[in-house]
Write a protein that binds this ligand. Structure first.
Ligand code: SF4
Length: 124
């Protein structure tokens, strides 16, 4: 007999989480010019909100979708200005969960491609 736990009545079924239903467009933190979130010198954006609830979560406060402050045009302009330095290789999106904040992340990614083409990389 198959023992697929996901099909047992007391275990919730997998479900789709939609950023549109979850994101509050809040930012936990922004750290320019770091070397710990990927290759080279990077700018890191930490978006707020995560549903995974991993054991030992390294950033539990950022699981809250209202943690930090709202994303703003001013912050976006600052990120673009920081990325404009030739020694900055790219942007890293962290959280929280970037894929539950695609309203913020996609807007920023499109802007980066518009401003820099493919000369800056984007990690998540
Ligand atoms: S913020 Fe990261 S570590 Fe924490 S629960 Fe979400 S995915 Fe897991």
């Amino acid at each position: 007999m198959p023992t697929n736990k996901l099909r047992q009545p007391n275990n919730p079924q997998p479900q789709q989480w939609l950023a549109a239903n979850r994101s509050q467009k809040y930012i936990a933190s922004y750290k320019p010019f770091n070397t710990v979130d990927g290759e080279g010198v990077r700018c890191s954006l930490y978006v707020s909100g995560c549903l995974f609830n991993c054991p030992g979560c390294y950033n539990k406060a950022a699981q809250n979708f209202h943690y930090g402050h709202p994303y703003s045009q001013e912050l976006e302009e600052q990120i673009i200005a920081d990325l404009n330095h030739s020694y900055v290789q790219g942007l890293t999106l962290l959280g929280g969960e970037p894929f539950l904040n695609t309203q913020v992340c996609l807007q920023l990614c499109h802007r980066i491609r518009q401003e820099f083409g493919s000369s800056k990389d984007i990690w998540s």
